[in-house]
Write a protein that binds this ligand. Structure first.
Ligand code: HEM
Ligand SMILES: CC/C=C\C[C@@H](/C=C/C=C\CCCCCCCC(=O)O)OO
Length: 486
């Protein structure tokens, strides 16, 4: 792991302090913190900022959801600065077994009875095999990314233009969910989900994923579908049975088992994996890891660019359209000559990392340092991080709460990349079979740059309206799509 740069002052005999905060009485302490965090009208940012202020520390003890009656111990030590947060990446210090979703783990019934890759610690042999399989899937399909992404994006653009003409607004969310899944299934599973057949995913394939993902996450997110206390009692105290949503997953299973044979054969022959293990992990890679991540990242990219206004968008349109023109199309070389697009994507990933929470259990007694103190952690204690506090650390980033799309331009910008942590690792490090950094780290940055480049190849100016609807994933609509003149 690359060391933290000299920008952070080296420790000079930091005072050792007791970790502030606490957990309160059993059940009620967790209930109080959960209601404060999950149902905080100002969001988790406000919750963690208020606790940092209360304890005058970026390291403190708190209960992290769910923590309800039938859920595991919610006690966590949070690390919320750029000095302490990277401990979560260090697998010599933390154990990552079964903590992908935090203090609670969904039942393996929702992944075919298998503990899929993200729940495995690097010390497990399956972790090495499955991460190698994931890398191979990304490598062997790389030639498809540009053409398949362009094809799927153009289908979405046609829908948006038509809706804007007929309805005065265009449904960004639904079209993006579908185009992203079309892109992934055409590229990785070699099957176009829009082609109906004996085994298919219906008219809206992306909608099949929602119940399955919601089932895995309902104990840790605000669903917003019932009155607060009713919702909290039902969804944050009990593990609900999988069978009501099993039908959705079974459709995904049949689709991957039927059409994903090329990828599954690679898992069996090259990585010595059992066929069923490979199928359920491939479903997870595509439908949870990738599509689930895109569902959070792509709206964030468009929201930040839309809110940044006309000046940024004119510069993006100019950079993209001139590069596409001079390279004869949106080619890898054209994309590689769009520094503002790249910096804008990194700034979105910094200011709003799509997955805000990371965890790790202390493998031994540890001393953890923040910028201004050292803290003793006992073996077995759960460590956690709310990443936006670390990626908005004022000791590292000037004007940390501002969206500055040019922040990562030039040499200074390249040096700051080590403090972009969205992939559960520094942007300047690489995922390996020995660490827990996102296997799709470089793929995500590539398709995010592609997404911005496709947008500003087609449009000169875009405006996203306010979110519509409550709950897990509100929908976003374009209110303006000004077509490019070329
Ligand atoms: C926008 C999209 C994505 C986001 C935001 C994202 C984010 C993350 C994060 C934060 C982690 C670490 C979780 C933890 O252990 O604390 C992770 C792990 C992982 N991601 Fe992603 N990811 C994305 C896309 C992908 C893609 C495209 C793939 C592969 C096709 C992928 C495969 C994985 C795998 C396999 C792990 C577990 C790594 C391991 O166990 O060593 N992800 N991802
Ligand atoms: C929904 C899937 C999102 C990204 C997929 C990515 C990483 C996932 C890491 C942890 C799973 C929990 C994500 C949702 C947390 C909900 C709490 C919150 O942020 O409010 O896979 O690569």
């Amino acid at each position: 792991m690359a060391s933290i740069s000299p920008l952070l002052p080296l420790p000079t005999n930091l005072p050792t302090k007791e970790i502030p905060g606490g957990y309160g009485p059993p059940f009620f302490g967790a209930l109080s913190d959960r209601l404060d965090l999950i149902y905080n009208p100002a969001g988790p940012d406000a919750f963690f900022e208020s606790r940092m202020k209360k304890y005058n520390s970026t390291v403190f003890r708190v209960n992290i959801p769910p923590g309800g009656i039938f859920f595991p111990d919610p006690r966590v030590i949070m690390l919320l600065d750029q000095k302490s947060f990277p401990v979560l990446f260090d697998t010599t210090k933390v154990d990552k077994t079964d903590i992908f979703t935090g203090t609670y783990m969904p039942p393996v019934s929702c992944t075919g009875g298998f503990r899929v890759l993200p729940y495995l610690d690097p010390s497990e042999e399956r972790h090495t095999k499955l991460k190698g399989f994931c890398f191979e899937i990304l490598k062997s399909n790389a030639s498809k990314w540009f053409p398949e992404f362009h094809k799927a994006f153009m289908e979405a653009g046609t829908i948006w233009d038509s809706q804007l003409t007929s309805d005065g607004r265009a449904n960004f969310s639904d079209a993006t969910d579908e185009f992203a899944l079309n892109f992934l299934l055409r590229s990785i599973v070699n099957r176009d989900p829009t082609i109906r057949g004996e085994v298919d995913l219906g008219d809206n394939p992306a909608s099949l994923l929602v119940p399955w993902i919601a089932f895995q996450l309902y104990p840790i997110i605000p669903l917003g579908i019932l009155p607060k206390y009713v919702e909290d009692f039902i969804f944050h105290n009990f593990q609900l049975p999988f069978w009501p949503v099993k039908g959705y997953y079974d459709k995904l299973y049949k689709f991957f088992k039927t059409y994903g044979t090329e990828a599954i054969d690679i898992a069996v022959t090259k990585f010595d994996l059992h066929r069923e293990d490979a199928i359920h992990n491939l479903i997870f890679f595509v439908c949870f890891n990738t599509h689930g991540g895109i569902k959070r990242l792509f709206p964030s990219i468009v929201r930040h660019i839309s809110d940044a206004g006309a000046e940024l968008q004119q510069e993006l349109a100019q950079e993209v359209q001139s590069a596409v023109k001079s390279h004869g199309g949106l080619t890898p070389k054209a994309l590689g000559s769009m520094p503002l697009v790249e910096s804008t994507v990194y700034e979105v990933l910094r200011i709003e990392p799509p997955v805000a929470y990371q965890y790790g259990r202390a493998k031994n007694d540890l001393i953890i340092e923040s910028h201004d103190a050292a803290y003793k952690v006992k073996k077995g204690e759960m460590l956690g991080g709310y990443q936006p506090c670390a990626t908005r650390d004022p000791k590292v980033f000037a004007n940390p709460k501002a969206f500055l799309p040019k922040r990562f331009l030039g040499d200074e910008g390249q040096r700051l990349l080590q403090y972009v942590l969205w992939s559960n690792g520094q942007e300047t490090s690489e995922p390996t079979v020995s660490n827990k950094q996102c296997a799709g780290k470089n793929f995500v940055v590539l398709i995010s740059r592609l997404f911005v480049a496709e947008l500003f190849s087609r449009y000169d100016y875009i405006k996203l309206g306010p979110p519509v609807g409550k709950g897990v994933s509100p929908k976003f609509f374009f209110t303006t799509l000004q077509k490019s003149q070329i």
